[in-house]
Design a protein around this ligand. Structure first.
Ligand code: ADE
Length: 226
């Protein structure tokens, strides 16, 4: 998969993909991420990419021309499966959307800043609008980093143990069950006996029950939606 990201704050995206699983995905050649500074397509020598909003009001709006030129130029290099705009008024990201996107070849992510991007760019180019939650960030960059991480780890072949993504929280609309490692007893608290029984069926049943219980208590909405 190749992901292009258009931003006015490339520094914010300089390192999130150089660690851990995202690094492994890139080292294995399964993911490439290219960050593009929108100023490259600025309308004048001052590097202008935004302007005042019509109708008045505080906050600048990212202009059509630089964004359109960036999108058009990158589209000559790759055929994008989705052009995604990160915005708080988009569809809230969930595991189902991450799964769907993890099977694509080429994604283009647009990070908004200031008051956002001119509506006409959304109408003409954007195919998917994603929010990472009901709160407002200073820009779309951190949201883009979250999205790339959520998608990247699901690309087939990225995780060493292929079953590991399958047991994540949300993968089957359940939260993940509790996990334990050594020592068996810590601060008077013991690891549940069943996990040391060696009985795989029993362990699987216990994990399912725990996951169900946890979901009922913490996120009953997930069970209702199922
Ligand atoms: N840009 C600003 N806030 C955001 C959010 N919650 N999700 C995605 N992009 C954003």
């Amino acid at each position: 998969m190749h992901i292009d990201i258009i931003t006015v704050q490339p520094d914010l995206l300089a390192s999130p993909f150089s660690h851990s699983i995202m690094k492994r995905a890139q080292d294995k050649g399964l993911l490439t991420v290219q960050v593009h500074h929108l100023r490259k397509w600025a309308i004048n020598e001052y590097g202008q990419v935004d302007d005042y909003q019509y109708g008045g009001g505080a906050g600048m709006v990212m202009m059509c021309e630089p964004l359109a030129n960036a999108i058009e130029e990158l589209s000559t290099e790759r055929k994008f499966d989705e052009i995604i705009y990160l915005t708080p008024d988009g569809k809230t990201l969930n595991q189902k959307t991450a799964n769907m996107l993890s099977l694509k070849q080429n994604l283009l992510l647009i990070c908004g800043h200031y008051k956002g991007i001119d509506e006409r760019i959304r109408e003409k180019y954007v195919t998917l609008e994603i929010s990472i939650g009901d709160y407002v960030l200073s820009g779309g960059e951190l949201a883009a980093a979250v999205l790339v991480d959520a998608i990247g780890r699901l690309i087939p072949g990225v995780l060493g143990d292929e079953t590991s993504a399958l047991t994540d929280s949300f993968q089957d609309n359940l939260l993940a069950p509790p996990v334990y490692t050594r020592p068996v007893e810590w601060n008077g608290m013991k690891v549940p006996d069943v996990l040391m029984s060696g009985d795989h069926k029993k362990i699987e049943d216990w994990r399912y029950e725990q996951a169900l219980q946890r979901t009922k208590e913490r996120r009953p909405d997930l069970l209702r939606d199922h």
